[in-house]
Design a protein around this ligand. Structure first.
Ligand code: GDP
Ligand code: GDP
Length: 453
């Protein structure tokens, strides 16, 4: 008997589309007309290492709209009786409706665990609906696109605590993103940093025109948020598209410095949302300051690829000791920053900027990289053989296999037993190994543990 996962939601939120995606066949008829599917359907679903029966509840929206909630409630309750987990689907584009709220209320009263899915969240169109859906009281929503196969790694991770993985995934079956297309798309690059670090000067240098005002006062006006630009790789003459996200763009006038300092963090937070890669610009004449570390750790916590560029290199005194000093201070201040590229640049002379751009493109590639499960587990077996996990109380912690559940940023799931006893240091050993040996240097990596019961 496989565990049962039931899909619940009002008409037209994408239940059938999700069902089809999980079953992997075009079984159900999907249509824009609400209520096209009329029966409760069962299918064998497979998602990474998880096998379960998926149940699509439908058919409640027959002819009379007034009876809809009543019928839905009956259906829902009947289906919940046999379910191990419920997936409540909302339409993140349409936002919440009273019927969504009513369904959430039934589900909150049921003992079955519920995962809230904000569907149709491809692109960024579902953002407000996603935020709204917290109000349903069903915990953090998982953004997915049933139609485009996005968020399936996150769905997998949410299902893990509730379902038993039966076997390691045989081959790679992941989100069906077109990775090639993602890497051909314009690089979304944010330049962040404290006031006066040289962000405007850098962007002006790129654009080759004085489009943004720069001046000795901090925080001079800039308006645009995203600027499209082409970078020509001098090594290959390849022209590559870049969308620059300009962080100080929301501010009109120079303001009190202290406020600007705080705004630098707020601006960075905003830019990070949009960016794939974030360049943190430091000022060589000032060195590394607390605010810089704060921004760096925020970038990594948000799962973005980070690079650090020391600007104004043209006026740096004692360049090599400055560079090493910053490198050491970074490592001391923030362990996760080790491995992040540190470059010396000058926005004024252009020094180091091509290297910076080349590095930004390659770091995006690592951030988007998918390691096939077979290769990953070959590395994993070697890593375990070289340094076996400890045996607290004489009982060995068993690590069975590892799989990459998502990219951008890369997320891995480790399966085994007694994983709650796995020391942080061992987790770090694995994460460092993944970084070093599988080509994820300099990108934030997440590792989730999943113990078999
Ligand atoms: P159900 O009534 O809840 O089973 O919804 P369906 O699966 O029939 O989907 C309703 C409509 O939403 C169809 O036109 C689907 O193509 C569309 N849809 C489903 N999933 C997505 C998605 O992830 N993104 C977008 N944009 N549309 C979707
Ligand atoms: P923002 O506040 O980060 O946008 O900083 P700006 O671009 O306005 O630069 C602040 C000041 O630093 C200006 O006077 C710039 O001319 C100067 N500056 C920026 N980049 C460099 C550089 O590479 N070398 C030198 N020497 N000065 C720079």
């Amino acid at each position: 008997m496989l565990p049962q996962v039931i899909i619940i939601g009002r008409p037209n939120v994408g239940k059938s589309t999700l069902f089809n995606r999980l079953v992997g066949k075009k079984l159900a008829l999907v249509d824009d007309q609400p209520g096209v599917t009329r029966d409760r359907r069962f299918g064998d679903a497979h998602l990474l290492g998880l096998d379960f029966t998926i149940v699509d509840t439908a058919g409640w929206e027959d002819d009379e709209a007034e009876t809809l909630p009543g019928r839905m409630r009956q259906q829902t309750e009947a289906s919940l009786a046999t379910a191990d987990v419920a997936l409540m689907v909302i339409d993140a584009r349409a936002g919440l409706t009273p019927l969504d709220e009513e369904i959430a209320q039934w589900l909150r009263a049921s003992p079955v665990p519920v995962i809230l899915l904000a569907n149709k969240a491809e692109g960024r169109a579902g953002e407000s609906g996603l935020l709204e859906s917290y109000a349903l009281g069903l915990g953090d929503p998982v953004a997915i696109s049933a139609e485009h196969g996005e968020g399936m790694g996150d769905l997998f991770e949410s299902l893990l605590p509730h379902l038993e993985p039966l076997q390691p995934p045989e081959e790679d079956e992941f989100e069906e993103e077109d990775e090639e297309a993602l890497l051909r798309a314009p690089l979304k690059l944010a330049i962040v940093g404290r006031p006066n670090a040289g962000k405007s000067t850098l962007i002006n240098r790129f654009l080759g025109e004085d489009r943004l005002l720069t001046g000795p006062e901090a925080g001079i006006t800039r308006d645009s948020i995203a600027i499209d630009w082409h970078w020509t790789d001098p090594k290959t003459d390849e022209v590559r598209e870049v969308r620059l996200i300009d962080t100080a763009g929301m501010r009109k006038k120079a303001q009190v410095t202290e406020k600007l300092e705080r705004m630098a963090v707020a601006d960075a937070r905003h830019a990070i949302d949009f960016a794939e890669v974030v360049v943190l610009l430091l000022d060589a004449t000032r060195g590394l300051e607390h605010q810089d570390l704060k921004i760096a750790s925020m970038v990594l916590e948000e799962g973005r690829a980070l690079m650090i560029a020391i600007n104004k290199w043209d006026v740096a005194e004692d360049a090599s000791s400055l560079f090493n000093g910053i490198r050491t201070a970074l490592g001391d201040g923030l362990a996760q920053v080790r491995g992040v590229p540190l470059l010396a640049v000058s926005a004024r002379t252009g020094k180091g900027l091509d290297e910076m751009m080349a590095s930004a493109f390659s770091i995006r590639e690592a951030w988007s990289r998918r390691v096939p499960t077979a290769g990953l587990n070959r590395w994993f077996d070697d890593a375990l053989a070289a340094n076996p996990p400890p045996a607290p109380g004489g009982k060995r912690i068993k690590l069975r296999y590892i799989t990459q559940a998502k990219t951008r940023p890369p997320g891995f799931v480790l399966f085994g037993t007694r994983l709650d006893l796995l020391p942080e240091s061992y987790k770090r050993y694995l994460i460092n190994g993944i970084r070093r040996e599988l080509g994820f240097e300099a990108v934030p990596i997440r590792l989730n543990l999943r113990s078999a019961k």
